[in-house]
Write a protein that binds this ligand. Structure first.
Ligand SMILES: C[S@@+](CC[C@H](N)C(=O)[O-])C[C@H]1O[C@@H](n2cnc3c(N)ncnc32)[C@H](O)[C@@H]1O
Length: 356
């Protein structure tokens, strides 16, 4: 490198043997800092570069997930040496991570692995308490116990997100099994009690939930049952709806924006058999939420990770992702999906993410 005091991003990248996109990610993670010229161009001082070189022996530069080739994929199972924000190092909980994806095998009510005020967007679908046979979680609580559990985990999520953080909560509209309940209304009320602000509700018309067997009183007004074959995504936020933190770079296309801001979403549910989990949502659900409600490079959390659909969507869209599941078997499943489906899909997305 030519001897001078300040270097452009391109020169710095060349000197360190990494891409300019990696430099931007490193800067975002606080690993390297720059000053700006009056024209807004980054300049990295010689001192900064030398400091980075000294300290970088302890960590790896954050890679763009869209650029991973199968052989490059950095796997570290419960052996973290360096983990960037927003996740703390707890090797007993950290099941798997790459430079941008973390899977924690933990109870979301108890984990102290996620830092407060660190998450840009939560996308999740909790257990619905409808007697699904999960490996660990008991899905047959009384409705009151279920609502107490809901309040506990919503409180934790409120702590995790930033002041301008958002929350996309996929839940059923009603509960029909084991007594009618206004689930969406009850959970939304609890979310507001916890401190969340309400923004809107998206109706997800999951075209394959057509198992209509309970009519109540057939062709009679005595006691008919009405069932809406849809689920909802309740959109909440912490303090400010306008998002000011993050890269401020959106990757949503005009067509997607027009289609997805219409609050009725039509796409198929995911096959339990194909994925190997009893209640997965399709990757399309978190993908839409992520592209509509977060900036490129933001940090996304799924506190009920299951088969890892949200992390697959993070990988596809160039977001950092944290997933938590109480069950080790599902953490393993999520990891496997990232290494197989994540790699395949990534090829499709190479052209749309990572370039600045
Ligand atoms: C509805 S599933 C999520 C499915 C996921 N959206 C997917 O696409 O596969 C709920 C998940 O929450 C997990 N779970 C239940 N209680 C939990 C807790 N206290 N902490 C963390 N995970 C929990 C279950 O093991 C289950 O995998």
């Amino acid at each position: 490198m030519e001897e001078k005091n300040n270097y452009t991003t391109k020169e710095t990248a060349k000197y360190l043997g990494i891409s300019t996109a990696t430099i931007y990610r490193m800067e975002k993670q606080g690993l390297i800092s720059s000053t700006k010229t009056p024209g807004g161009q980054r300049r990295f001082s010689r001192k900064t570069i030398e400091k980075y070189l000294r300290e970088s022996q302890n960590f790896e530069a954050p890679q763009n997930p869209s650029r991973y080739k199968k052989t490059d994929f950095i796997i570290k199972e419960a052996e973290a040496t360096y983990v960037a924000k927003p996740i703390a190092i707890q090797t007993d909980e950290l099941f798997f991570h790459t430079d941008s994806i973390w899977i924690c095998n933990a109870d979301i009510l108890k984990t102290n692995n996620i830092k407060d005020d660190s998450i840009d967007l939560i996308v999740t679908s909790p257990p619905y308490n409808v007697d699904i046979k999960y490996n660990s979680h008991d899905d047959t609580m009384s409705y009151d116990d279920y609502l107490s559990f809901t309040k506990e985990w919503l409180t934790r999520c409120y702590e995790f997100i930033k002041d301008d953080g958002r929350f996309c909560l996929n839940i059923p509209l009603d509960k029909n099994k084991g007594g009618q309940q206004s689930m969406c209304a009850d959970i939304t009320t609890i979310a507001k009690q916890v401190g969340f602000k309400y923004h809107s509700t998206i109706i997800w018309n999951e075209q394959n939930i057509s198992r209509r067997t309970a009519w109540g009183s057939w062709l009679s007004a005595a006691a008919p049952y009405v069932i809406a074959p849809v689920e909802v995504i309740v959109v909440l936020y912490k303090k400010e709806w306008k998002k000011t933190s993050g890269s401020r770079r959106s990757d949503i296309t005009k067509k997607e924006f027009m289609e997805w801001t219409n609050g009725v979403w039509n796409f198929m549910g995911e096959s339990k058999k194909r994925v190997g989990h009893p209640a997965p949502f399709p990757v399309e659900l978190p993908r839409r939420c992520i592209k509509l409600f977060s900036f490129v490079g933001d940090t996304i959390l799924d506190p009920f990770l299951g088969s890892g659909s949200t992390l697959l969507a993070c990988l596809q869209t160039g977001r950092e992702g944290i997933g938590v599941d109480i069950d080790k078997k599902y953490c393993e499943l999520a990891k496997r999906r990232l290494l197989t489906e994540g790699q395949i899909n990534q090829l499709k997305f190479d052209v749309t993410v990572g370039s600045r």
